[in-house]
Design a binder for this molecule. Structure first.
Ligand SMILES: *Cc1c(COP(=O)(O)O)cnc(C)c1O
Length: 366
């Protein structure tokens, strides 16, 4: 049961021809659909004022608490176009649950899961024409929440703003995805026990960019994060989880309390089980990773997350050594195909991961 009623205020949609032109090369993250969905929370009213409305700037006072104390959380999920004209959201209920968990950890109000899903659906209903029809492309949905109270006190805010925007996205991975290079930072850590590593709050990312810069300076694409205690065990990569193909097993670091429980990670674990691949959640030490690659035990490594689906890892660089971790192999490819086939409706959705959102009568004609 949803508690919020969404009102709709429509903008004149972008002319179809212009939209289709933009959709032919969407890139990632710089193109937005016509509308956004917003809702507000305060102690007196709870969640209220839920609307889909034209995408526009927010007007916020300089003393808005989110600017100063960083109470911001977000999610990222995708919608896919299907040949039958419907759009499919991938595991929105799981994203809703994680969003609520993130809010709880940041002392923010929880948006009921059904309202989160209804908000995402409301955006898809008004902007369904923005879901690219090319296989591989998708519509990236970004729900987020911020402390909207105007006050300089250092305490949880008493007013919040929730919003959902959408951005058409190019293929996450082509048929031959380019392997990425990873930098193991000797200095910086992403998350420690008891911290915020298990949730999607803005500060986790802002705090990681200095290491990301270091990675780029060393010719790498992303950082591979090590545990904060010993700098010994591998945790995750940038905004993705990590998998190793070791012998005939698929191994991923356990949810130790410092890494993000990726929904793609969970999907891969379940798909692998379905494909008859043995899976294990076990700590992986950086040294064992190197040894495993050198002695041929580890044959494939890949990163996974909503934005990129699956990206093979080709190389690891540390300050004093580096090693190749193999090209995209058959297991990586099989899992990527199995995931995409479900998302694009080409195999039955046996896990019940897809939520279909019908087309809107008022949608611009195709
Ligand atoms: C979002 C995210 C992931 C991947 O999660 P998905 O649910 O698969 O998109 C992994 N690690 C971090 C740090 C993230 O922010």
């Amino acid at each position: 049961m949803t508690t919020l009623e969404f009102t709709t205020d429509r903008v004149e949609p972008m002319p179809a021809e212009q939209r289709e032109e933009l959709l032919s090369m969407p890139g990632f993250g710089s193109l937005y659909s016509d509308h956004m969905v917003t809702a507000r929370w305060d102690a007196a009213h709870g969640w209220h004022d839920a609307r889909s409305r034209p995408l526009a700037e927010f007007s916020l006072h300089p003393a808005t608490m989110a600017f100063h104390y960083g109470q911001t959380v977000f999610e990222g999920l995708k919608a896919f176009w299907r040949p039958d004209g419907q759009r499919a959201l991938f595991r929105p209920e799981d994203h809703a649950r994680r969003f609520a968990r993130s809010a709880r950890r940041m002392a923010m109000p929880e948006l009921p899961e059904a309202d989160f899903v209804a908000a995402v659906e409301a955006l898809l209903r008004v902007d369904g024409a923005w879901v690219p029809r090319t296989r591989g492309h998708s519509f990236y949905v970004r729900p987020f929440m911020l402390a909207a109270e105007t006050h300089l006190s250092n305490r949880p805010a008493e007013e919040y703003l929730f919003a959902v925007i959408g951005s058409p996205a190019r293929p996450a991975a082509g048929a031959e995805p380019k392997p990425i290079r990873l930098w193991a930072s000797p200095e910086y850590v992403r998350a420690a026990d008891g911290g915020t590593g298990t949730i999607k709050c803005g500060g986790n990312y802002g705090g990681s960019y200095v290491a990301q810069r270091e990675a780029v300076a060393h010719g790498c694409d992303q950082v591979v994060w090590l545990d904060a205690r010993e700098r010994r065990y591998v945790e995750e990569v940038g905004g993705s989880n990590l998998f190793f193909v070791e012998g005939d097993r698929l191994v991923t670091p356990p949810l130790s309390g410092t890494l993000l429980a990726g929904i793609t990670r969970d999907s891969i674990l379940r798909l692998a089980g379905r494909l008859g691949i043995e899976v294990a959640e076990e700590p992986v030490a950086l040294d064992d990773w190197e040894r495993g690659c050198r002695d041929g035990r580890i044959t494939e490594v890949f990163a996974c997350g909503t934005a990129r689906a699956i990206a093979p890892v080709g190389h690891v660089v540390t300050p004093d050594r580096d090693w190749p971790t193999g090209p995209a192999g058959p297991v990586t490819r099989r899992l990527l195909k199995a995931l995409l086939d479900i998302q694009y409706g080409e195999t039955p959705d046996e896990f019940g991961w897809l939520r279909l959102v019908g087309t809107d009568a008022q949608e611009a004609p195709r």
